[in-house]
Design a protein around this ligand. Structure first.
Ligand code: FAD
Length: 591
């Protein structure tokens, strides 16, 4: 018999979980629900089934119907196809979480790491029709009643993350927030780890990016509090107005406020959200940007932006573009408690050269893939972030499925790269229109997809194997380091003979900065005069080494120079990552 007792604690906990409005609350209510139902969330293979059995609640049933419909799709082969695959997803942004959900449906063990411990982005994402359909299929409306009601086609980033986090947890995904991924530790004989596939989002060794440089484009986003009054409800949204289509609007804005824009978008969501691209000349004239620089980083650097003038500029544009009808326009606050206004450089967009690769060390294989913004950076005013991000999430899941089915590794990569060719050309118009048939199978989504347009033999360079002689690469491929001992040995070898330098370990021996300077001196003697360095001047020595390594090799520091010199404990994993990057860079670049 169905238990409909509203005082049933597990029902109440389930309701709280569904309605939770912060990342922490979602995690807390989920953990309490599991505890109450005596469920172990790490039991990923049967978690969802057991949850359904134990939570006999009519409200939950409506949710299970939706999720079951998705889970029963033939592509997932009842969650058996990747039952032996372990996946690590880096970043709990919308695309990371959407990927995690698909991997869980394939039956994989999925762990998500997210460095932040809250979801705080008010900014609003434009959703293509297929993404709305997709999210409805994941019961978005059950978690967020206002999801795309009527003609609405947008959602705030944080609300979307909350929905996807809830679905992920219900499907047995393990999510750790406040945990930053710093790098991989390669398997040694001793670790005996198995085949491991990972979806690597933001820190991605081995991947390269192309820079797509357009004409200078400065984006401004701002959010105002939505008081949900009748007057606010009357104000029409602007789903995108560009200069070429409405010259008069932009001319009037310039005349009345001195604000010169290329385009503007306004969405009424949890906040009143505006995104616009502004002309540099008017930003300079209105005192938002203090000084003109050709370098965009310098131009938009904190020191060169007058924050109050930026607030006035954004407010003026928002006020004018809504016909002065938005009453009581107060800025919403961002994660730092400041008015939520930001200025971004869209001049340079990045696109990964490839979407996948395989690393093999000591016979253990790691499949890596990129999804979301780190695969193809979106131009926000066009709203491509989620639409292309979700397509890539599905494509990545398809790749993991092929891997799980035992397809030869380079063929898996070749198929993924063939599909990736299509991503940047996708528009709401040219993807398939039968959204109900969409699945992780690319043929259901893209028109004219050719899974074999790139051949495995063209992609040898994407199979990174120890001792692998890669004839396709211009640089000499050196043997990689597999253990801490090998790394230590390499460091000792290349710092031997330097006065006051004795490398005994991967932490304390580096404190004075002299060992790092010695390492640099070995490979680039002209950069450092070792005789000028004092052992007691450790902050200076470390700063010098960090700056040279960043400037010359592009390796960012992992710790501040003063922390390195004074902090009680130096984090070993961070040092291993840092020194490995130095090893790889010197080995790659030394003829
Ligand atoms: P993201 O949403 O950026 O998620 C990546 C996640 O990875 C983040 O949560 C981050 O904390 C986490 N992370 C990063 N490094 C690590 C690490 N080492 N270890 C663990 N976790 C890590 N799009 C729009 O359409 N309109 C907008 O107005 C808009 N504003 C934006 C404002 C900001 C500040 C940002 C960052 C993005 C904005 N975007 C906007 C882009 C939009 O958010 C993305 O297209 C969309 O969220 C999909 O991105 P994603 O999941 O690929 O990446």
């Amino acid at each position: 018999m169905v238990n409909q007792d509203p005082t049933n604690p597990s029902h109440a906990l389930f309701d709280q979980f569904v309605q939770s409005q912060t990342c922490k609350e979602v995690q807390r209510t989920f953990s309490e629900l599991c505890h109450h139902l005596q469920l172990d969330p790490r039991d990923y293979q049967s978690f969802y089934t057991k949850l359904k059995e134990r939570l006999n609640y009519w409200k939950a049933k409506a949710l299970w119907i939706k999720l079951d419909k998705r889970a029963q799709h033939q592509d997932y082969q009842q969650g058996k196809v990747c039952a032996k695959t372990k996946c690590l997803v880096l970043g709990a942004g919308p695309c990371g979480l959407r990927t995690a959900i698909e991997l869980a449906l394939l039956g994989a063990q999925v762990v998500v790491l997210e460095k932040r411990d809250s979801f705080s982005r008010n900014n609003v994402l434009h959703l293509w029709p297929y993404t709305i359909y997709d999210l409805r299929g994941l019961a978005a409306k059950k978690f967020y009643g206002k999801f795309c009601t009527g003609a609405l086609d947008h959602i705030s980033i944080r609300q979307l993350q909350l929905i996807l986090l809830k679905v992920s947890l219900l499907l047995g995904v393990e999510v750790h927030t406040g945990v930053e991924f710093k790098g991989f530790v390669e398997p040694s004989e001793a670790t005996g780890c198995m085949c491991f596939s990972s979806i690597c989002m933001s820190f991605s060794p081995g991947f390269r990016w192309k820079e797509l440089r357009g004409k200078l484009a400065i984006g401004i986003t701002c959010n105002f509090i939505n008081h949900h009054s009748a007057a606010e409800a009357q104000v029409a949204e602007i789903s995108g107005v560009a200069r070429i289509y409405n010259q008069k609007f932009f001319q009037d804005l310039l005349t009345e406020k001195g604000i010169d824009l290329e385009n503007i978008v306004y969405y009424k969501d949890a906040t009143h959200y505006f995104v616009m691209t502004a002309k540099k000349k008017s930003l300079l004239k209105m005192g938002v940007i203090k000084q003109d620089f050709s370098d965009a980083n310098q131009l938009l650097g904190q020191a060169n932006v007058d924050q109050d003038a930026l607030l006035r500029y954004a407010h003026g544009a928002a006020h004018f573009s809504t016909g002065h009808r938005l009453p009581n326009m107060q800025f919403a606050l961002n994660h730092a408690g400041q008015p939520d206004v930001a200025m971004f450089d869209f001049t340079c967009m990045h696109r990964a050269e490839n979407a996948s690769l395989v690393r093999e060390r000591k016979g253990k294989k790691l499949l890596m893939g990129l999804v979301g913004d780190c695969l193809v950076e979106p131009f926000w005013p066009l709203g491509t972030g989620i639409a292309r991000g979700f397509l890539a999430a599905f494509d990545t899941a398809w790749m993991v499925r092929s891997w799980g089915k035992g397809k030869p590794h380079l063929e898996v990569v070749a198929e993924r790269e063939s599909i990736y060719q299509l991503l940047s050309q996708t528009t709401p118009e040219n993807i398939n229109k039968n959204y109900s048939a969409f699945s992780i199978d690319p043929a259901t989504r893209y028109q004219h997809v050719n899974l074999n347009s790139i051949k495995a033999n063209q992609l040898q360079h994407l199979y990174d194997v120890e001792d692998h002689i890669d004839l396709g690469r211009p640089t000499k491929k050196q043997k990689g380091l597999s253990t801490f001992e090998e790394l230590l040995k390499w460091c000792q070898q290349h710092t031997a003979g330097y006065d006051r330098v004795k490398v005994k370990d991967l932490t304390q021996s580096w404190r004075s900065g002299l060992a790092l300077c010695a390492l640099i001196n070995t490979f680039r003697p002209h950069l450092i005069d070792m005789s000028s360095l004092k052992e007691s001047d450790s902050v200076h020595n470390n700063q010098l080494a960090f700056s040279l390594l960043e400037g010359e090799l592009g390796i960012p520091p992992i710790i501040s120079a003063s922390d390195m010199a004074t902090k009680e404990q130096i984090d070993k994993l961070s040092m291993v990552l840092y020194l490995t990057q130095i090893h790889d860079a010197f080995n790659e670049r030394t003829p």
